[in-house]
Design a protein. Structure first.
Length: 498
């Protein structure tokens, strides 16, 4: 399928979350697709908060959505707009529909509206039912003397068609579309009550001049109702593009039982935002070929609706972790450093002298040292908090030695003497570099009658507390001569007490 929207001038898209929950993975992917499309087309991204459900909306959820989008790097050009502040616009549109005969006053009890409006996003299972038109449609109130709601008058017979940029031509029988509610009946002094989803979304999309509606495939069943509304309001429908759903590994709809679904939880876990963007973009979209590691600027250039799949995507946590390690290893070091700085600040390990504009600290460590150390560590890092936990000894003298590593590598009775002699040999070095540390260590091992590996492993545990770390002599160089010697002697003094 060719992408007929390529090069379309004046592209305007929107992401319209409902603050009745967190920013889940599916919503984040929808936001990302809209953002990539807008940025690639030189268009406009609009953020609209659909907060008309006053009982379920919470301010902290709105903030959580905004925070999640900001972390993901999905910015917007207009908004956020709040539907709760646009009530009069919806009421005016409903009255226009009454006036032109596209809607009618309905006096039926509210329970008769069941199934007549948008259910929560993601809720499925409602089967096609036989639609019964109420007598209010013909001007015969079913319950006189009560405040009416306003319902849309779906045409009798025929079909409603629209073209979907992903799924192609779609057609729905009008006889299977109920007369859905536009405005609820008023309470107290209100003439009419709350605007319903179908009306609000269409009025907003017309008012905001939305050209493309890119959203989850679970909204396809809403689209014929909205197409009818566009036409009744005298507006041309936008281009619809329904993207496939995201499933868990068991092929059921992604939910809490599959693990973290709140985007902010992945931020807390320590994923890089660009890695998460890359991973999300490939859930239901492909640029063609086998390419997977795609920087954001290239995603923007390559993204098209033609590449969106009709097949549901599967959220693969190991694959996400793979993307994260790829970005940790491949990003230019200066792009990675701010993320590591934020992590070290979070854990209380950061020192101002490691910043780019600062001079060296009292121990001589500066930004160049920080960059070199992060570069050394990143090949073995999975998530950002690893810099504060597994790699703690590189940034702080306050670290503990792993008991399992001690038990494995300090069991030889010669270890204390060897570590003490190594401390003396390293302290005597006039030059501090990889080769000098290598030669000194091997000489001590040879003189002690042991294999170099025994001393190397014991030394690693002594100076960084771990059995696994970057190559020992590179580690020694970044830690510095005084720190290495001091830690070796501290290990000797504490030998047998751990």
């Amino acid at each position: 399928m060719s992408d007929a929207t390529r090069g379309t001038p004046g592209v305007r898209v929107r992401f319209a979350p409902s603050p009745t929950g967190y920013l889940h993975v599916g919503g984040a992917r929808t936001a990302l697709f809209n953002w990539l499309f807008a940025r690639g087309q030189g268009g406009t991204m609009i953020l609209r908060v659909e907060d008309t459900d006053a009982e379920r909306n919470k301010p902290e959820l709105v903030q959580g959505i905004l925070d999640g989008l900001k972390w993901l790097g999905v910015d917007w050009d207009e908004g956020p707009f709040y539907q709760s502040q646009r009530t009069e616009l919806y009421r005016a549109a409903a009255k226009k529909l009454l006036a032109n005969g596209s809607a009618y006053l309905c006096y039926c009890a509210a329970e008769k509206y069941a199934g007549g409006d948008h259910t929560e996003e993601g809720v499925q299972g409602s089967q096609v039912r036989r639609v019964t038109r109420c007598s209010c449609r013909d001007g015969k109130p079913s319950i006189p003397d009560v405040k009416p709601a306003i319902r849309f008058k779906v045409p009798l017979g025929g079909t409603t068609k629209f073209f979907d940029a992903v799924f192609g031509e779609r057609e729905f029988s009008n006889d299977e579309i109920e007369d859905f509610v536009l405005l609820r009946s008023g309470k107290g002094d209100e003439e009419f009550g709350q605007s319903m989803y179908q009306l609000g979304v269409v009025v907003d999309d017309i008012d905001m001049r939305i050209t493309h509606v890119i959203r989850g495939a679970d909204h396809i069943s809403n689209t014929p109702k909205q197409v009818l509304l566009y036409r009744a309001l005298g507006a041309e429908p936008p281009v619809f593009a329904h993207v496939p759903l995201i499933l868990g590994a068991d092929k059921s709809r992604l939910s809490k039982r599959h693990g973290a679904t709140d985007v902010n939880m992945y931020r807390t876990e320590g994923f890089l935002p660009e890695a998460f963007r890359n991973f999300l973009a490939l859930l239901g979209w492909s640029p063609g070929g086998d390419e997977e590691f795609i920087r954001t600027k290239d995603l923007i250039e390559k993204f098209s609706l033609a590449g969106v799949s009709r097949t549901n995507a599967v959220f693969d946590r190991p694959k996400l972790e793979w993307f994260n390690t790829q970005y940790l290893q491949k990003l230019p070091i200066e792009e990675l450093l701010p993320e590591v700085e934020n992590e070290l600040k979070r854990s209380g390990l950061w020192k101002p002298e490691w910043a780019a504009a600062a001079g060296p600290g009292p121990d001589g460590r500066d930004h160049a040292w920080f960059a070199k150390t992060v570069d050394l560590l990143r090949a073995r890092i999975r998530l950002l908090p690893d810099f504060s936990s597994w790699s703690r000894a590189f940034f702080s003298d306050d670290f503990t030695r792993d008991p399992a590593a001690i038990a494995k590598f300090w069991k030889d009775p010669k270890v204390p003497e060897l570590l003490a002699k190594l401390a003396d040999a390293l302290e005597a070095l006039s030059e501090w570099n990889h080769d000098a540390c290598d030669h000194a260590s091997r000489a001590v091992a040879e003189a002690g009658g042991v294999k170099a590996g025994l001393l190397i492993n014991a030394t690693r545990v002594a100076i960084v507390g771990q059995a696994v770390a970057p190559p020992l002599f590179d580690t020694m160089v970044v830690l510095g001569q005084q720190r290495v010697v001091r830690r070796l002697r501290d290990a000797v003094a504490g030998f047998g007490k751990s």
